[in-house]
Design a binder for this molecule. Structure first.
Ligand SMILES: Nc1nc(=O)[nH]c2c1ncn2[C@H]1C[C@H](O)[C@@H](COP(=O)(O)OP(=O)(O)O)O1
Length: 250
């Protein structure tokens, strides 16, 4: 439910769009009352209202009023994308694409691009925003083709995952994709980049993924996306200690 009110936001008097939580539409209404708790009274935290402070073409800043678990009303500064398709809770897709070729090691497909908010080049999984009426699988294959030129096949999709929840409601599905590198279409892939998009494709072998990233970071001024690095650490921890015996700890 939206109203327009005159309010004081960050010390500035201005007209703001205010969305109040409509309890009749909120499936969590039953849980927003004070619940008994062994130590003290606990409240199910909930949003009271969201006020738009500033809106750009791609993002907006909001002042979020919420009740915390001890029942206190507080304010949070929140960033949201303006591009989220209607009736969804997800903005985009990230793509873990594995290039599989005869007589080659399996490789993870990464992209390097200059990211203005970071002021430097970053190393990321291919990714992009989901268009209206698109699902995660379709968006992932489209973005992969655009950014890298590769045609892939979806082999898995995560639940909605949050990206930076202390700052933004930005969220993504991670889509697992296999690429048949022997396919004629994938032998000399051609990117389909839009205006203002400059993307370098980087292939790193899956069996030395973390080591190759570390080498790249030493060689170039580059910041690696945390999803990429955590995936690399997970790969190292899970698969590449074949000769280590489990040790019983006291
Ligand atoms: N926050 C943004 N500010 C911009 O000025 N422009 C932005 C923002 N977010 C996205 N975009 C633009 C840049 C591209 O032209 C398009 C497509 O982005 P997409 O490929 O879907 O996503 P990324 O790869 O994560 O940029 O949106």
């Amino acid at each position: 439910m939206f109203t327009v009110e005159r309010g004081n936001v960050f010390g500035i008097h201005q007209w703001v769009a205010v969305s109040y939580w409509d309890k009749t539409l909120d499936p969590c209404t039953d849980y927003t009352e004070t619940m008994s708790c062994p130590e003290k009274n606990c409240t199910k935290p909930h949003i009271v209202k969201e006020e738009v402070v500033a809106t750009g073409q791609w993002v907006q800043l909001e002042k979020t009023t919420y009740v915390d678990p001890s029942g206190n009303t507080r304010i949070w500064e929140t960033v949201k994308r303006t591009t989220r398709p209607t009736n969804t809770v997800v903005d985009g897709v990230g793509i873990i694409a594995i290039l599989k070729r005869t007589l080659h090691k399996d490789c993870v497909v990464l992209v390097k691009q200059f990211r203005p908010p970071m002021g430097c080049y970053t190393l990321e999984f291919p990714a992009g925003l989901i268009d209206q009426n698109e699902n995660a699988e379709t968006a992932a294959l489209r973005e992969l083709k655009e950014e890298t030129g590769y045609k892939g096949e979806v082999v898995g999709v995560t639940p909605v995952t949050c990206l930076d929840p202390g700052l933004s409601n930005g969220s993504t599905h991670i889509v697992m994709v296999n690429i048949n590198g022997d396919d004629l279409e994938n032998i000399s892939p051609t990117q389909q980049l839009g205006d203002g998009e400059f993307v370098d494709v980087i292939l790193l072998p899956l069996d030395e993924f973390q080591k190759k990233i570390d080498e790249l970071l030493k060689k170039e001024k580059l910041v690696v996306d945390s999803k990429v690095y955590i995936y690399a650490m997970g790969m190292s921890q899970a698969f590449f200690k074949p000769n280590e015996l489990p040790v019983l700890k006291q």
